[in-house]
Design a protein around this ligand. Sequence first.
Ligand SMILES: [Zn+2]
Length: 117
Amino acid sequence: MEKLGNVIISVMQDLSKVSTNGHAQICVNESICEAERFEKLFNYFSYGTILEHIDLDVNEINSKAKCVCGYSEAIEGEHPGYIRCPECGKYAEIKDNSYRIEEPNPQKTQLRKSRTF
Ligand SMILES: [Zn+2]
């Protein structure tokens, strides 16, 4: 699991590459940081940067266990990195996505061309 500071830096780097139109929506893994706290930290760290005026919405995501049989389950809190799948009995790996940019969609949005919004 990534450290909170690294996640904030990654989010800021990602958002500074794309045109946001002043609004962005992201998901952060709840085991790294609560949504509300992340929003405050983002505002704090983006002060004085080109991201300063972005209105950021933060939602929380869970870690997910995914089994080869198709079973998936949200995992909260600490975990050993895998669970025994309740459907087929195999070991299912738990994936910890630290964060995800929802909006602007990095696949659809143009790269930032200017420093204005
Ligand atoms: Zn399974």
